[in-house]
Design a protein around this ligand. Structure first.
Ligand SMILES: Cc1cc2nc3c(=O)[nH]c(=O)nc-3n(C[C@H](O)[C@H](O)[C@H](O)COP(=O)(O)OP(=O)(O)OC[C@H]3O[C@@H](n4cnc5c(N)ncnc54)[C@H](O)[C@@H]3O)c2cc1C
Ligand code: FES
Length: 328
């Protein structure tokens, strides 16, 4: 058994036949993660000292990152005592993931290629999650991840689902799905949720397309518990290609939100902001030293935003993301 020590001195043991992430979990220590399949980089962490071994080759880390000592905790085992430059999630409660049945309540069209799906859980199921988390929906042998966008009652959950060309689940959602269809739901999953931190003035959200879904869930929680964000500025950049894709707008009444819709391919009559949301955020000159940024949507946006914002003084530890990586 080896000892794994984190930046905040939290220590746990790991053997050489489990990932560092699994070892932490076994010891009731929660580390940042999302896919747990070496595909999203949410669990990327720097090894300060010690020897580790990659379990399966990944396509996520660059050669430079590997040279600098970065690993994916979900795909790496310890071969000696190890010190990692990461903190655990502290006292945040993570609810146990489970598989439960779920039936479709309603399907509504939001744009030409985005629908809103409302699922209902059986009355006996007690499903708890941290707003911002996602679940896997299972239909036959197909399993896909979707972020919870809204809670209608504690037994009905809402999702925003995009039509991906030639996508297996997309074909189901956009051609076959109907009320009362029975699916299975696995979750809650991931660690994309709000964490209160001292000295933070701005809570900034970056969402592209259906990436606005978990952001909506976090905002719904703020709207129901405004004391959570008292004294802080809430800023949302919502990026889409065309004006017709802007299916989300701010309708929360109990909290002040600065909402900036941004089009990457605006038509001549568009009066709002255009370009990429991360560039707009830099242009707006918030003091990133005192900001937390939550980014969700395409992998390209997340990678580009992270690099750019860190160059502009954002503490890497204050950047949280959930990449909608594809299933294959
Ligand atoms: C943590 C997480 C949360 C997610 N939340 C949502 C959500 O709230 N709403 C939502 O609509 N989707 C979400 N996704 C994406 C979703 O899980 C599926 O990947 C997506 O719906 C496509 O599934 P499919 O079966 O239709 O396509 P697949 O059969 O998996 O793929 C078909 C084709 O589409 C391409 N493709 C698939 N997914 C993507 C992608 N994400 N980006 C670019 N190309 C892609 C593939 O390369 C392939 O060519 C999330 C993904 C993750 C990992
Ligand atoms: S790469 Fe490890 S959680 Fe996604």
């Amino acid at each position: 058994m080896y000892s794994i020590k984190l930046r905040n001195n939290t220590t746990f043991t790991a053997s050489d036949n489990e990932t560092i992430f699994e070892a932490a979990k076994k010891n009731n220590i929660h580390l940042e993660h999302s896919c747990l399949k070496a595909r999203c980089s949410a669990c990327k962490v720097k090894v300060v000292d010690g020897e580790t071994e990659v379990i399966e080759n990944d396509l996520i880390l660059s050669n430079n990152e590997r040279k600098e000592g970065y690993i994916l905790s979900c795909n790496t085992k310890a071969l000696s005592d190890v010190i990692l430059d990461i903190e655990d999630l502290g006292n945040i409660e993570l609810f146990e993931s489970k598989i439960v049945p779920a039936k479709i309540n309603a399907i509504d069209k939001l744009t030409d290629d985005v629908i809103q799906v409302e699922l209902r859980l059986p009355p006996t199921v007690n499903f708890k999650f941290n707003p911002g988390q996602y679940i896997n929906l299972i239909k036959g042998t197909t399993k896909r991840s979707y972020s919870i966008a809204e809670v209608r009652t504690d037994k009905t959950l809402v999702f925003y689902i995009k039509n991906y060309e030639s996508g297996v689940m997309s074909k189901y959602w956009f051609n076959e799905a109907k009320p009362n269809d029975l699916l299975r739901m696995e979750g809650p999953l991931g660690t994309f949720f709000y964490r209160p931190k001292e000295n933070i003035e701005n809570i900034i959200f970056l969402g592209t397309g259906t990436g606005i879904a978990p952001i909506n869930a976090i905002l719904q929680n703020f709207d129901q518990n405004p004391q959570l964000i008292e004294g802080k500025n809430i800023i949302i950049y919502f990026g889409a290609r065309f004006e017709k894709d802007l299916f989300w707008t701010n309708s929360f009444k109990n909290i002040n939100i600065k909402f900036i819709p941004v089009l990457s391919k605006p038509c001549a009559s568009w009066k709002g902001e255009s370009g990429y949301i991360q560039d707009l955020l830099i242009k707006d000159q918030y003091n990133l030293v005192f900001s937390q940024v939550f980014a969700c949507g395409s992998d390209q946006m997340i990678k580009s935003a992270k690099q750019l914002l860190i160059q502009h003084q954002l503490d890497e530890m204050n950047f949280y993301s959930d990449a909608f990586i594809c299933s294959n």
